[in-house]
Design a protein around this ligand. Sequence first.
Ligand SMILES: [Zn+2]
Ligand SMILES: [Zn+2]
Length: 139
Amino acid sequence: MINLNGELKGALEKNGQKITKARTVIFELLKKSQKPLSAQEIQKKFTDFDRVTIYRTLEQFSRLGIVSKLALGGDRAYFEYAPVHHHHIVCKNCGTIEELSECLAPKNMSISKKTKKFAKISHHSLEFFGTCTSCHNRH
Ligand SMILES: [Zn+2]
Ligand SMILES: [Zn+2]
């Protein structure tokens, strides 16, 4: 129990936040999940927490850098526990998500040269969209 939550507890305490039941179970779900989850999907698993608590927890995790918030098309935000930086490709047709293990963004260096208003780049988000093999073969 202590070991499992050590990571979350450390990240929360560093930011003056306490560990709560909701924070613990949502973090554990994301950590176990093999794929990014939408807030709706997370909400369905924890009907004893209200919607606001779940959304607020996810936004907080994202702000603190505990989980990544992903824009994978549509109007849903997805959340993912991603200790190793990576990108995704999403099927526009069925929503299948594949992880791309390598960073495909240009090096921050070249972006630093292009920006006029920013001194430092902290992170980036870059997702790809297309048609998966099974959708492609069906048509
Ligand atoms: Zn597909
Ligand atoms: Zn990257």
